[in-house]
Design a protein around this ligand. Structure first.
Ligand SMILES: Nc1ncnc2c1ncn2[C@@H]1O[C@H](COP(=O)(O)OP(=O)(O)OP(=O)(O)O)[C@@H](O)[C@H]1O
Length: 263
């Protein structure tokens, strides 16, 4: 069997390279927009200094970095323990609608859309962020833990201007309302319309960094926008919002299924 596999060495090599490329891609996707990127850059600098110290004969520095790098796996595990845990938890799972039936997904999307439409009608400003593949934990330090089912009335009460947690973003993870009052990075893009204030700029800023989806309800105009990849789609009605959410959040496996009503 092993000998037979050796005849297909090129196939194994291709598989090997493909798997490593896929793992690196998933790691980049996971840490994109998190502090792990800065730490990784720091480690890359250490590695460059190590190589330079060897080439230039800076023996003491080289000895020091040699000892440090010999335990690099341990260092990486300690530094990235949260990211590694998150990656392992997410393996094989759909990022937002994890293990949910079509009916549960529809109910969640229905509650979300209903809440946005009502808030738009009442001119209640809102910023809702939905986690997809990339973890948002780095943006959840500020804010208040909620961890509740997605519910229209609850969403509206969170953004009620009299509520203490109405400021900032409401973050949804794995089909649940996870945290409210979260502070997001503002976009630095100078081409963004001057008409858009900080709520919209926060939605654009975050989605430039991660693959999350943001819904903005404007307090000023009552318009609903969806932001993804730093790009904003404005003035969506109930059907438009439903369509966009369905397209962006529905698991790939479900998209290929012909008749979702069967579930
Ligand atoms: N960095 C941020 N992260 C999350 N939310 C933010 C951030 N900055 C501002 N906000 C939210 O945006 C609100 C202010 O919105 P502002 O009027 O400046 O923006 P806007 O884009 O014009 O929105 P609107 O059309 O609703 O007025 C704040 O009260 C706060 O809730």
């Amino acid at each position: 069997m092993i000998d037979a596999l050796h005849d297909f060495r090129w196939l194994l090599d291709a598989l090997d390279i493909g798997l490593v490329a896929f793992i690196i891609y998933r790691i980049i996707l996971l840490i994109k927009g998190t502090r792990a990127v800065q730490m990784l850059l720091g480690l890359a600098v250490v590695l460059i200094v190590y190589v330079v110290s060897q080439a230039t004969g800076l023996y003491t520095l080289h000895w020091l970095l040699d000892n440090f790098l010999s335990s690099i796996i341990l260092v990486i595990v300690v530094i990235f323990q949260n990211d590694i845990r998150r990656a392992l938890i997410h393996v094989g799972r759909n990022p937002f609608f994890a293990d949910m039936s079509y009916r549960e997904e529809s109910a969640i999307m229905g509650e979300l859309v209903k809440a946005c439409v009502i808030m738009a009608g009442k001119r209640i400003g809102a910023l809702i962020v939905i986690e997809r593949e990339t973890g948002l934990n780095d943006f959840l330090e500020v804010g208040v833990e909620i961890d509740a089912q997605v519910n229209c009335e609850l969403i509206i009460s969170i953004f009620n201007p009299k509520a203490p947690i109405h400021d900032g973003a409401l973050v949804l993870q794995e089909g649940r309302l996870k945290r409210a009052g979260c502070f997001l990075p503002l976009t630095q893009d100078t081409t963004v319309s001057k008409a858009l204030g900080t709520r919209h700029r926060a939605a654009i800023g975050l989605t430039e960094l991660v693959d999350a989806l943001a819904i903005v309800v404007s307090e000023e105009t009552g318009k609903i926008s969806v932001v993804i990849g730093g790009r904003i789609t404005r003035d969506l009605d109930s059907n438009g919002l439903k369509r966009v959410l369905k397209k962006l959040l529905e698991p790939k496996s479900r998209k290929t299924r012909k008749s979702p009503k069967k579930r």
